[in-house]
Design a protein around this ligand. Sequence first.
Ligand SMILES: Nc1nc2c(ncn2[C@@H]2O[C@H](COP(=O)(O)OP(=O)(O)OP(=O)(O)O)[C@@H](O)[C@H]2O)c(=O)[nH]1
Length: 297
Amino acid sequence: MSQRDNDPITTQFTAVSAPLLNGPRSACVIVIHGESLGKRADIEDTPVIIGRSEEADLHIPNKSVSRQHCEIWRVGDSYRLRDLKATNRTRVNDEPVTEGELADGDHITLGESVLKFISHSSVEARYHEEVYQLATHDALTELYNRRHFIDLVDKEIARAVRHRRSLVMCIIDVDHFKPINDKYGHIAGDGVLRQIAGLISSFVRGEDVAARIGGEEFAVLLPESDLDAALAFSERLREAVELTDFVINGEVQRMTISIGLAAISDARRERVPLMHAADVALYRAKGEGRNRVCVES
Ligand SMILES: Nc1nc2c(ncn2[C@@H]2O[C@H](COP(=O)(O)OP(=O)(O)OP(=O)(O)O)[C@@H](O)[C@H]2O)c(=O)[nH]1
């Protein structure tokens, strides 16, 4: 170490770390106040619709926001906003607008929510992205957390019902997990949960939504899957966990999971009955001996 390194008044050179440079490259809008805080939409080649509708590109589920409140699109190097005849007219920097060009840092007010327009990659955009990541993901497994999963399930159910598409909920619970904690400790238990989450991630497709919804409970929502496809997915995952060597403190342990499945139907067009049905199936899988997949028809 040189003298300079020890000098408390010398500023040390710091290379800008990669994550800071890898922030969003396009313009984006970020919710900075109100419902959906931290949510972001990038504005690329297609217009971005912001509103309360579950199908809006940036979905803000608050009554003060119209179903389709405003849209933002790119024209060459500039970005424009148009109010979509919202009940609470869109305001930019507190002025009501019908249509106009946006400038970096503009505040867009939609009812009780405030969004910020950021025209290019910036440290601030990265900061908001990290806040959003923390708010929506489970720190241990990096899967979605329960709260965000619930938001996404509501959105996917609305879409499936509207387009008359199938959708299946899988609830996954680790079998006899408590003895692992008791024998090896909580930190080793966390490692097992991370490994199981990794297996779940490796089995899901791009449109599937995987989350950790409780201590040793996970869920996967399979849009556009019927029960046969969901059953095949669940069996593959169950078998992969069963065949995995979990090395804990140098000892090989085998683990199993139980899975409950339920598809949307006329009686299950909302999240609560759908998740309840998958839970009933999971409970049956546990009761019938664990390490199995059960379906609630
Ligand atoms: N390591 C770790 N353990 C957790 C976490 N969250 C919950 N647990 C533990 O998960 C265990 C769940 O135990 P139980 O609900 O009795 O279930 P189980 O032993 O898996 O038994 P079955 O589900 O009936 O097969 C408890 O020991 C909890 O302390 C966590 O974040 N990390």
